[in-house]
Design a protein around this ligand. Structure first.
Ligand code: MHF
Ligand code: KIV
Ligand code: MG
Length: 276
């Protein structure tokens, strides 16, 4: 470190297996990224932004340009956290070469530390292709939201033995291909625990298991800001929606009654002098 103590930004080497679980949260905007930065290890610019920020009913309509714009905002507004950006639907499935081209754009144009992509054994070749060429990749197995049209909904994974074997094999394939971590979403116990214990890289759970090496949530969900269809695995740490409702309702009342703006909020109007 230099003379002025600047906290070094975390890298994928700080994402570790075992020990104190890693703290991951999504953020899509500069103000929230700025607030999260002091508290979390990793900020994930998730493609869930399509649903959370843009009101889409799934993540399929999210574009690479959207991910780059939000990824760049989050990198600008943070100093310490490792920033991971989701590769959106259609930007990496076609071939390893296309995946590299698009992931390279994300890295170059956002300044993020890694990308994340959904997929199991079928994406292992692509993960290896990117990692061998200098792009750190986080995997994402289990419930894969970009496959929602194929799976028929956001369904918990691993309920039957065949599915459980598949999720297990997927996590191992992605880790073996060189991913620095794997997000495990929407999988039952004890499968989730077994995957966390056996996969050699950090397993980050969302609707998975307390045995994971880290946990991730969509920040708007845990803040009580996202109204519709909140998954069962979310714990609400705040009710920001209620705070906003209350503030906006009071503002509306003040405008309608001409209580806002007051003299102190207007230019060229003599302020009332309060004694004391
Ligand atoms: N706001 C938000 N939070 C998320 O966690 C999230 C997104 N958006 N968008 C992308 C994906 C989609 N996710 C979801 C969405 C819905 C369920 C859900 O409704 N799950 C049901 C169980 C469904 C079943 O097993 O049949 C639940 O009750 O939790 C789960 C994950 C997780 N991700
Ligand atoms: C829910 C997390 C893991 C994610 O992929 C996203 O926010 O898009
Ligand atoms: Mg995602």
């Amino acid at each position: 470190m230099g003379r002025t103590e600047q906290p070094r930004r975390r890298t994928i080497r700080d994402v570790s297996k075992g020990g104190v679980p890693g703290v991951w949260l999504t953020a899509y905007t500069a103000p929230l990224a700025h607030r999260l930065d002091a508290h979390v290890d990793v900020i994930l610019v998730g493609d869930s932004l399509g649903m959370v920020v843009y009101g889409m009913s799934d993540t399929l309509g999210v574009s690479l340009d959207m991910m780059i714009a939000h990824g760049a905002a989050v990198v600008r507004a943070s100093r310490q956290a490792l920033v991971v950006v989701d590769m959106p639907f259609g930007s990496y499935q076609e071939s390893p070469a296309l995946a590299f081209r698009n992931a390279a754009r994300v890295m170059a144009e956002t300044g993020c530390g890694a990308v994340k992509l959904e997929g199991g054994a079928e994406m292992a070749e692509t993960v290896g292709f990117l990692v061998q060429r200098g792009i750190p990749v986080c995997g994402h197995v289990g419930l894969m939201p970009q496959a929602v049209k194929a799976t028929g909904g956001f369904r918990t994974q691993g309920r039957d033995a065949e599915q459980a074997r598949k999720v297990h094999a997927d996590a191992h394939a992605i880790a073996a291909a060189g991913a620095f971590a794997v997000v495990l979403e929407g999988t039952v116990e004890p499968l989730s625990r077994e995957i966390a214990a056996s996969v050699p890289v950090p397993v980050i759970g969302i609707g998975a298991s307390p045995a994971c090496d880290g946990q991730v949530l969509v920040v708007d969900d845990m803040l009580g800001m996202f109204g519709t269809a909140i998954p069962r695995f979310v714990r609400r740490y705040a009710d920001m929606g209620d705070v906003i409702d209350d503030a906006v309702a009071r503002y509306a009342q003040d405008v309608r009654s001409r209580a806002f703006p007051g003299p102190e909020e207007c230019f060229g109007v003599r302020r009332q002098v309060t004694p004391g």
